[in-house]
Design a protein around this ligand. Structure first.
Ligand code: G6P
Ligand code: MG
Length: 216
């Protein structure tokens, strides 16, 4: 069985972390505390609800259920404002070429992202037509490290989990891929993503053939 690729979105294909950061910081400031870029590292791959829980813990602030929901809506509104501006120039180095190289090998390609804004982002960066299946935050109920998002992607591609290679920049995402019984390539720092089969700093200059060779 030909292997298939499953890509995380934020931090793997596109650099949206800075916009999530700006929107969370704006929210934290509106609630009377600050939120640093350093703390933002902990939010990578973390769902919207869990992110707010974490930020409130960091700020020592409690919200009732209605305020909590209103805060989520406000943050997402600001985030959407920021990402309306993005285009293909925000695609991370080599990512578009890497995707094409997988398709050129006749491999199936899926998205496996926690984001509920994934389709909008793929439209804006003009990569929506590169995916055979899209599993995003609207289709899953369990956050990474639960394997649900990747198992659903494999199911939509009709490929067994053992034949999938996941590309992930977040610790929770690497664990989710492992929990799904998939191969996983970390994108970022090898020190941080030590549970990945191997780690690449980014996709620049690489094609799927290089990755397949590492697994051969
Ligand atoms: C990705 C990002 C997280 C973000 C999550 C939900 O996993 O890495 O930072 O919180 O998606 O994104 P959303 O666009 O639905 O708020
Ligand atoms: Mg990510």
């Amino acid at each position: 069985m030909k292997p298939a690729c499953i890509f995380d979105l934020d931090g793997v294909i596109v650099d949206t972390a800075k916009y999530h950061y700006l929107a969370w910081k704006r929210l934290a400031n509106s609630l009377g505390f600050d939120f640093t870029e350093h703390d933002n590292e902990q939010l990578k791959g973390v769902s919207r609800i869990e992110s707010l829980n974490l930020i409130l813990r960091l700020g020592g602030k409690e919200l009732d259920a209605a305020e909590f929901d209103a805060a989520l809506v406000r943050k997402n509104g600001w985030y959407l404002e920021y990402i309306q501006q993005i285009g293909p120039e925000e695609i991370l180095p080599g990512a578009a070429e890497f995707l094409s190289s997988a398709r050129a090998q006749g491999m199936k390609v899926a998205l496996g992202s926690a984001s509920k804004n994934a389709v909008l982002i793929l439209e804006r960066i003009q990569l929506l037509d590169q995916f055979d299946a899209i599993v995003d935050g609207n289709k899953v109920s369990k956050a990474k490290p639960d394997p649900e998002v990747f198992l659903k992607a494999a199911e939509e591609l009709a490929v067994p989990a053992s034949a999938c290679i996941v590309f992930e920049d977040a610790v929770a995402g690497v664990q989710a891929a492992r929990n799904a019984g998939m191969k996983v390539v970390g994108i970022g720092s090898a020190a941080v993503l030590d549970q990945a089969h191997f780690v690449l700093p980014n996709f620049a200059g690489l094609s799927i053939v290089d990755v397949l060779a590492r697994f051969a």
